[in-house]
Design a protein around this ligand. Structure first.
Ligand SMILES: C[S@@+](CC[C@H](N)C(=O)[O-])C[C@H]1O[C@@H](n2cnc3c(N)ncnc32)[C@H](O)[C@@H]1O
Length: 254
């Protein structure tokens, strides 16, 4: 977090401290601190060893939809600092911990470096770069059961621009999901108010048995964020052929 101090007196200086929020916006540190101190999810994340309160968003979504199952192969887009990955690692490896059996896989990418996490593999990558999808496919080396995206571009301060940017990220994530998901797979991605719309929503409805928008309790009520949750990937004829070549016989997570 950037921290810049202006003003002369100490009280005045403290009040004028500015911090950079996760989205790059500058907000008052007083407001930010108040929010952190009063936020039960922030305190809980500290107690439970999560890297951020965002972890509870995917935990709550998955508590209802149950796609992070033991053995699942998960792609985590916009994974820094690693909260969603922590939840995924725990859930896809549950059998492994108990019985020492084959475990799931969590592959995360982000613009930023992510601190190592046992059970996950992280790469620094701009998902919008040409060739990003090919690199993820190379690293994954096989199909995925879940593609999840919490990617959010730095806020421009202009609602419509932010909405268009997040939809562009969501569209790119959906395109990857369409290429690598096994039949029955799940796609979950952050969108803003208005949700997935237009061609993206139509495409998701064609590709998945169920498409809905969810706002988990951990997502702040004053935030326009919500998530599109698409389950029961129908499979794509050509995608299915690619997947069979890579991993014969694989249809879904055990
Ligand atoms: C809200 S944070 C993700 C939090 C994460 N799910 C967690 O639980 O720790 C959004 C992330 O999206 C990443 N991001 C935004 N645009 C991206 C892009 N084009 N490629 C990769 N990551 C991107 C940002 O760097 C940021 O770390």
């Amino acid at each position: 977090m950037a921290d810049e101090r202006r003003g002369s007196g100490r009280g005045q200086r403290d009040l004028k401290v500015r911090v950079k929020s996760a989205r790059g916006r500058r907000i008052s540190s007083v407001r930010w601190l108040e929010r952190q101190l009063n936020d039960p999810y922030v305190q809980r994340a500290k107690r439970e060893g999560f890297r951020g309160r965002a972890a509870y968003k995917i935990q709550e979504i998955d508590d209802k939809a149950r796609f992070l199952v033991p053995g699942a192969r998960v792609v985590d887009l916009g994974a820094a600092p690693g909260g969603w990955a922590q939840v995924a690692v725990k859930r896809v490896n549950a059998l492994g911990e108990k019985k020492g059996k084959a475990v799931g896989r969590v592959l995360g990418i982000d613009l930023q470096e992510i601190e190592a996490l046992a059970g996950a593999e992280f790469h620094v990558l701009d998902f919008l770069d040409e060739g990003a999808e090919a690199r993820i496919k190379d690293w994954l080396d096989g199909p995925a059961d879940v593609v999840m995206s919490d990617m959010a571009a730095a806020s421009s301060g202009h609602k419509r621009t932010d909405h268009l940017r997040i939809i562009a990220l969501c569209e790119a994530a959906a395109a990857l999901a369409r290429d690598i998901l096994v039949p029955g797979g799940t796609f979950v991605a952050k969108v803003l108010a208005g949700g997935a719309e237009g061609e993206l929503l139509q495409q998701l409805k064609r590709d998945y048995a169920s498409v809905k928008h969810v706002k988990p309790p951990a997502s702040r009520s004053d935030s326009s964020e919500k998530f599109v949750l698409a389950t029961g990937f129908r499979g794509r004829k050509d995608a299915a052929e690619d997947i069979q070549e890579d991993a014969p016989g694989r249809t879904s997570a055990p």
